[in-house]
Design a binder for this molecule. Structure first.
Ligand code: NAI
Ligand code: MG
Length: 372
């Protein structure tokens, strides 16, 4: 029996293209793994009314971790139109399967390393090495939202906070409300992940990015927990910054920062900026990590216009594969893969279209393979 069972989820569009690249390098690295195909994505929404079928969840439960390509998602009205005829009008609604997986398996850490590899013509500056830890299950994306605002919710809020009276004259139909829920345990565990990563990989600082001067309660709680956790890591400095100023500092002095930790929506924003500093979607990989399970993916989507063309940059997918190897404790294979990717980028002869080259996805994957 293989040491690892890896759920293999290419999904839609270019997800399929880039997963071919991942398979090539994993087979070359001779990872002792069985790859278990699992259905996910738009096709399963259209044909079954569920982009994350129950059988896929069962497969995931039997696996060590998952590797995921990308999925297509569309707004509600379009989603309904593409459903199989007999499934329409039954109240089925599309839910993002990746968000579903995060919640179902409590994958609370969203890990997004962003390194400016030498030779990447898309780097904004040299030597950028950022690692964003985004809380992945709560915060402003907890899904506790109201529109219209029910009277009971309004009255209860008002009973506890007189500032709610400011909206007395606005009818419930004209109010939308999204709750930013931060729990002490949620704050503590994401910060601990960030510090432990900084320690393992030798980063001297962890920067907490919040807005405690305005979001006094939620960002305040994040700040208190970060300070408490930082006591356990005296060799690592905790920096505290505000999200708005941090965006300016990241553009101005990206080299000053290492590990960054933040709540869900701020992390969503910071990580996209950080990714763009080192080449954008073709280079941005992420891990969705829980205590006992994880799913690794490039952060790009299914890019339908390039689907099946063997054209897009597989580097993000290969870096996601590297993150998976790290998580599995296959440190040597992870380093070997990262070094091979580094070499190909540094040599600069094999480049996909986004780097103004002519090479295909598999040309790049094969170049990486040849250097493993
Ligand atoms: P996208 O990420 O699929 O593509 C946007 C553009 O970025 C592409 O047209 C292409 O020019 C470039 N690009 C993306 N990946 C690239 C790569 N590996 N190499 C080179 N260039 C690359 O985003 P878009 O077009 O907004 O969404 C397309 C579909 O993907 C939608 O249905 C969307 O909902 C879904 N999506 C899925 C995600 C996921 O699976 N995690 C994330 C983002 C979008
Ligand atoms: Mg995002």
């Amino acid at each position: 029996m293989a040491k690892y069972r890896i759920a293999w989820m290419p999904g839609d569009g270019i997800g399929v293209d880039v997963m071919h690249a991942a398979r090539l390098v994993l087979e070359t690295l001779e990872l002792d793994a069985e790859y278990v195909p699992a259905d996910i994505g738009w096709e399963f929404w259209c044909n079954e009314g569920n982009p994350l079928p129950e059988r896929t969840i069962e497969i995931l439960k039997s696996c060590t971790c998952g590797l995921f390509g990308a999925i297509t998602s569309k707004p509600n009205d379009e989603a309904e139109k593409e459903l199989r005829q007999d499934l329409r009008g039954k109240g089925l609604s599309y839910r993002s399967p990746i968000v579903g997986l995060r919640q179902l398996f409590d994958l609370y850490t969203n890990l997004r390393p962003c390194k400016a590899y030498k030779g990447n013509p898309l780097n904004y500056k040299d030597n950028i090495d950022l690692v964003v830890f985004r809380e992945n299950t709560e915060g402003l994306y907890s899904g506790v939202e109201y529109h219209p605002l029910p009277d009971e919710v309004r009255h209860t809020l008002k009973a506890f906070n007189e500032r709610m009276s400011r909206f007395d004259s606005v009818p419930g139909e004209e109010i939308a409300l999204s709750l930013r829920v931060i729990t002490k345990a949620g704050a503590r565990r994401i910060v601990r992940q960030a510090f432990s990563y900084a320690q393992k990989f030798g980063y001297p600082t962890v920067t907490l990015v919040e807005k405690p001067n305005v979001l006094r309660e939620t960002s305040g709680l994040m700040t208190r927990e970060a300070r408490a956790v930082s006591n356990d890591y005296p060799e690592i400095e905790l920096w505290e910054t505000n999200i708005d100023a941090q965006m300016m500092w990241l553009l101005k002095n990206p080299n000053d920062y290492g590990v960054i930790v933040t709540s869900n929506m701020f992390g969503d924003i910071v990580s996209d900026l950080a990714a763009q500093l080192v080449g954008g979607l073709g280079f941005a990989a992420s891990g969705n990590i829980g205590d006992n399970f994880a799913v690794f993916e490039p952060t790009h989507g299914s890019a339908p216009k390039y689907a099946g063309q063997n054209k897009v940059n597989p580097t993000a997918m290969l870096l996601a594969t590297k993150l998976m190897l790290d998580w599995l404790g296959e440190d040597e294979k992870a380093t070997c893969l990262e070094n091979a990717i580094k070499q190909v980028l540094a040599e600069g002869t094999v480049r996909t279209y986004d780097m103004s080259g002519q090479s295909t996805s598999m040309d790049m994957a094969e170049a990486v393979r040849d250097r493993l």
